[in-house]
Each structure stands twice: as structure tokens, then as C-alpha cells.
Design a binder for this molecule. Sequence first.
Ligand code: NAP
Length: 145
Amino acid sequence: VKQPLEINQLQFSLAHTLLLDAPAYLNTTDSHGISRDANVLDYCRRNHITIQCYSPFQYGVFEGTFIGNPDYAQLNAVLTRLAKKYDTTENGIAVAWLLRHTANMQVVVGTTNASRIPGIVKGAEITLTREEWYELYAAAGNKLP
Ligand SMILES: NC(=O)c1ccc[n+]([C@@H]2O[C@H](COP(=O)([O-])OP(=O)(O)OC[C@H]3O[C@@H](n4cnc5c(N)ncnc54)[C@H](OP(=O)(O)O)[C@@H]3O)[C@@H](O)[C@H]2O)c1
């Protein structure tokens, strides 16, 4: 197209991190080290295209939410601890994690429950520490180099 592309919506959440896994697994034989998306994150950053994260609370391809899901017990334990620390909800911390990435992304939430909105909005005002960001990434089941 001739029009400049300003937005790219990509699935990105704590439990769906394909967008940034490959560099973390660089130089290992782990299959996560294979980039399956033609490095779209880097492409967007180089070309000033804002990434909008869709399905910020989902895992897999619309299989369900990881928040409160016993299959993500370790992740939820960290989400709950940080939610208390920052006076928000687990949803809020999940949003803060996405927004902490230096690509300056936007988050598209799909909740139909108005009571979740204040926590989500608070999440946009929170700056997680680097240690917290990586703790959440690891608690979601990822390995750290
Ligand atoms: N460009 C694309 O290809 C593409 C693809 C998919 C989606 N999208 C856009 O992105 C938007 C968001 O996607 P999404 O709806 O998948 O995002 P989402 O915000 O990750 O998921 C919303 C779902 O998660 C549930 N949920 C959230 N927090 C929860 C919690 N703490 N406990 C239990 N359930 C919880 C919500 O239930 P409640 O309603 O009860 O909160 C709702 O069913 C869509 O509306 C669409 O506009 C774009």
C-alpha cells in the first residue's frame, strides 16, 4: 500500500511472548530461539509502526485467560504479589508488563466487565522494575539466559 502503516496489531501477552522470545534464546538450541515472525518487532520499531497488543490476558490462540488460571499458578502468584505492591489488579500488572517494553506499545483490552477497567487503567501508570519484568517473564514459563 502507499499509505504509511502506523499500527500493527499483534498478539502479545505474558503467556504469549513469541514476539520477543527469539533474542532471549539466542545462541541456544532451544526452539524458542527460532524467529517465526520475520522479526516483526524490530521491523515495526525501525519503521515507526506502533504495535498494539491484542489479547493481553490470553494464552494460546484464544484458549482462555491466564489470569486466575491454575495452569499458570507461578505466574499468578507473582501477578498477585505485584498487584498488592502497586495497589492494582492482576490485569493491571499484566498491562504494566506490556507497556514496560521500550517499543512504546499500546494495549487493546477486550473485557466486557467494567469492574476490571480501573485496575487496567492503573496498570498503564505503573513502571515495573527490570527485575519485576524479568521475574514475570520467567514465571510465565520462559527461561532466562
Ligand atoms: N488484529 C487482530 O487480529 C485481532 C485479533 C484478536 C483480537 N483483536 C482485538 O483485540 C481486542 C482484545 O482481544 P481479546 O478480547 O482477546 O483480549 P483480552 O482482553 O485479553 O481478553 C478478554 C477476555 O478475557 C477475559 N478476562 C480478562 N481478565 C480476566 C480475569 N481477570 N478473569 C477472568 N477473565 C478475564 C474477559 O472476560 P470479561 O469480559 O469477563 O472481563 C474476556 O473474555 C478484541 O476485542 C479485538 O478488538 C484483534
